[in-house]
Design a protein around this ligand. Structure first.
Ligand code: C5P
Length: 245
């Protein structure tokens, strides 16, 4: 049998893949059909509210047992005790990363950190969402927050890091400022990524994977450019090659 050089090249493993594929599917079946196309050596996987609400922890169990790093993107925001218990419960599922809303406030962030610490040495990374990228100055004004969006994001970022969180979800546009502000160790996870020449879909201000990494992003959340590609493994491989260190 002849050697297919393309497939060999495409299967080159990437140590600690930087790409987190957003599994924005409505069913476990669809998600698993996609997952069959990739491997833990080339990407991590993100499960959000829709898929988790439909599949529950079962899908996480399957993905973790296949060796994938799973980012559980449920953005907890509740009273501190509830968040602490939810974070602990999520950590026990074996996920690699999970998140909370920094808007829950300092006590809630501290409680989330306590919940993570209860898991022990193999704890997941705990990161915070500052402002949603869908939120504008108008939203802050309506909420009675008397600050400009960039300053408010910095404030929430500082609050999360000072409560002991590992990092933040941030837009591509915020990454460079936050990297500068928070230093090397903070984990910055960036959605809104589009390889050059691909459709933006509903994302307003996008960056290429290369630009995002150059700005200081630690991990890139990418959905449709990979999941809706005719050949997801190939789309992922091209992205991985473009950001090889
Ligand atoms: O398909 P696409 O690459 O746009 O998917 C991006 C993923 O990142 C989606 O799961 C979306 O919900 C998530 N996300 C985002 N913008 C944020 C936070 C999360 O696009 N500010």
């Amino acid at each position: 049998m002849g050697i297919d050089e393309t497939s060999i090249e495409e299967s080159v493993p990437v140590l600690d893949p930087r790409v987190i594929v957003a599994l924005d599917y409505a069913s476990k079946k669809q998600a698993l059909e996609f997952v069959a196309e990739v491997s833990p050596e080339v990407c991590k996987l993100k499960i959000g509210k829709e898929l988790f609400t439909r599949t529950g922890p079962t899908l996480i169990d399957i993905l973790v047992s296949k060796g994938f790093d799973v980012f559980l993107d449920l953005k907890y925001h509740d009273i501190p005790n509830t968040v602490k218990r939810a974070v602990y419960a999520a950590g026990q599922l074996g996920v690699w990363m999970l998140n909370v809303h920094a808007l829950g406030g300092y006590s809630m962030l501290l409680a989330a950190r306590e919940g993570i610490d209860m898991i022990g040495t193999h704890r997941p990374y705990l990161i915070a969402v500052t402002l949603l990228t869908s939120q504008s100055q108008e939203d802050l004004d309506q909420l009675g927050v008397d600050q400009e969006v960039p300053e408010f994001i910095d404030r929430l970022a500082d609050l999360a890091i000072s409560a002991g969180l590992d990092g933040l979800v941030c837009s591509a546009q915020e990454t460079a400022t936050l990297r500068h502000r928070l230093g090397k160790t903070a984990i910055l996870v960036t959605p809104g990524i589009r390889p050059a020449g691909t459709a933006a879909h509903d994302q307003q201000r996008t960056m290429t994977p290369e630009q995002a990494v150059a700005s200081g992003s630690s991990y890139l959340v990418i959905g449709r450019p990979i999941t809706q590609h005719a050949n997801p493994a190939e789309a992922l491989s091209v992205i991985n090659k473009s950001i090889l260190d």
